[in-house]
Design a protein around this ligand. Structure first.
Ligand SMILES: [Zn+2]
Length: 244
């Protein structure tokens, strides 16, 4: 009963063989795959995929880099209309790599936090190179149900977010990324999830990532926590039931 808590099944890398990818996930004993929307088209695609495959659930959001190029309020209306078909708001947040439209990113992010609160859904956060601003905004909003995807903040910030009760998901490239290995050690198992961020962040070099590979994150969590792999599976499944 594995869960891939964050990936992108609607992208072109899966266009040719998504059916097979889902089969691989079933065979690997995945029970849930949470695909995340990033803009209008991607949100529509996520809803379709969730309808088509039992295993797939949808999160709808606006990726920070798209915040300035679409009508945010219109997208929010779309999400509200489909609130019963989704389990989270995501992927949303801030990306500080290109700060050209950072103010627009912040405005959009705040609206998405407010939306998640209004709908009482967890919010899935992207926070690359903007980790502290993200935590500031989340804390100020008093939102409780937060999942920090691929979080690269420093140890102090990780501890602060963990104290706030936020959840973290460990991506599959953890097999070679020391920062995520130490994140596992610094966050209680009751606040951890595993993700692939497929098709990206593969655990295997030169190979496209897919939900079935989430098993590699689980293995690393068991190793870093010195836990029995079965216990890790059970704990993460309980986290799923609690947060979603
Ligand atoms: Zn993502």
């Amino acid at each position: 009963m594995y869960i891939d808590i964050h990936c992108h099944l609607d992208v072109e890398q899966f266009e040719k063989d998504l059916g097979q990818v889902i089969k691989n996930a079933e065979q690997a004993d995945l029970k849930v795959i949470l695909t995340n929307g990033t803009n209008s088209d991607s949100n529509k695609a996520a809803l379709k995929l969730a309808k088509k495959y039992d295993l797939v659930r949808a999160a709808l959001g606006i990726y920070p880099e798209h915040a300035h190029e679409l009508d945010v309020d219109q997208e929010i209306e779309f999400i509200k209309k489909h609130k019963d078909e989704i389990v989270a708001i995501g992927e949303v947040g801030l990306d500080g790599i290109d700060k050209t439209n950072f103010e627009e990113q912040k405005k959009c992010f705040q609206k998405m936090i407010d939306l998640a609160k209004e709908l009482d859904l967890p919010v899935v956060i992207h926070s690359r190179k903007a980790e502290s601003v993200c935590i500031e905004m989340l804390q100020a909003s008093k939102i409780k149900k937060v999942l920090l995807h691929c979080f690269c903040g420093k140890k102090k910030l990780i501890e602060r977010a963990a104290k706030l009760g936020y959840y973290f998901s460990v991506p599959t490239n953890v097999v070679r990324a020391e920062n995520f290995q130490s994140l596992i050690r610094n966050v209680p198992i009751t606040q951890l999830f595993a993700e692939t961020d497929a098709p990206w962040l593969s655990p295997f070099k030169e190979k496209r990532n897919e939900p079935a590979f989430v098993v590699e994150s689980y293995k690393e969590i068991a190793k870093q926590k010195k836990m029995d792999p079965e216990e890790v599976k059970k704990s993460i499944f309980m986290n799923w039931q609690k947060l979603f």
